[in-house]
Design a protein around this ligand. Sequence first.
Ligand code: NAD
Length: 375
Amino acid sequence: MKLTILKETSPGETRVAATPESVKKLVGLGHTVTIESGAGTVAGFPDKAFSDEGATIAKTAATALKGADVLLKVRGPSAAEAAKYPEGLTVIALMNPFAMGDVTDALNAKKLNALAMEFTPRITRAQSMDALSSQSNLAGYRAMIEGAQIYGRAMPMMMTAAGTVAPAKVFVMGAGVAGLQAIATARRLGGVVTATDVRPAAKDQVASLGANFIAVENDEFKEAETAGGYAKEMSDDYKKQQAELTAAHIAKQDIVITTALIPGRPAPVLVNEDMVKSMRPGSVIVDMAVAAGGNCPLSKPDEVVDVNGVKIAGFSNLPARLPADSSSLYAKNLLAFLPLITAEDGALNLDTDDEIVTAMLLTRGGETVNERLKS
Ligand code: NAD
């Protein structure tokens, strides 16, 4: 099939949906790959690196899309972009499926088949395709690095002839994929780490990384994980108990990294204004949930807000701050997924009852087909 990769258009998006390595593999499988000129430049992949592996470089998006079967993107298109795509094109991207607005109508108007990488089911067979995990992992790492950079002190304990530097105390709220990587990174940097989550499975994972687990472990906690591995929204009573437990702890922390998300819902508030005010000047909060409304109501997307000397950082796209690695893992996720929609002769085949494809397919031939978008 003919695969096209376009330059990302969302502000601040530095990633690209293919790398020279993934292009080499796609071409080796018999596909034709066209890349819009400059698509990989910011991520460190110049046009020549792609053409050396067999890709054709197209000057404009419109030229790149001519005759394409499948468009591979990092971010889903805007409605205006979708309206310019050739009719019947298949688009695979991080579609932001719970906030598509008028994009869905635009996709259906052009009979575009859209597949959302976010809806990759959390089953063993799909692990290599799970872009949320690959990107969250890097985001968690980067959040800790950014936090350490904003924090104006050393992270590890240092015993010197001139005196001892105390280690930084790091508290990670939400110990999923991103949180666990933030914990591991904080430990590598020498911080003293604690973490919390509402899913009981997180407890052992946190301990295995050498951090201490703190949580309200009541009956609701025991039931907090969905069959899909995600957290449920907790009751007001649970949230109150959680806030009481964490309030005293947060006051003593140097760096707090919040990662808590609930798919399709606004992020839960975990660090309220009083908690921020209880923190020491010079301490740092990195709110990884800022794009979903934030775990701290004072965080602002892509700003570092100063509240009485406490710095609250709200990077809305942390993977884009590591574009070579995040593009490389994302391209591998796509590479792992494509065989599921490829017929034996190499042509595109969406007529499959594979549960992974069904879970990811949002629109097809002018209709919204995904149950999660209909409810
Ligand atoms: P996520 O990004 O949706 O949420 C981040 C974390 O925030 C989660 O651990 C969640 O439990 C936590 N959280 C939500 N509400 C909270 C609250 N009120 N207080 C504290 N924490 C809260 O989740 P994620 O990181 O993508 O995934 C969660 C888990 O799913 C992972 O840890 C992993 O074990 C599992 N997983 C499984 C597979 C697979 O089986 N293929 C793939 C990826 C992840």
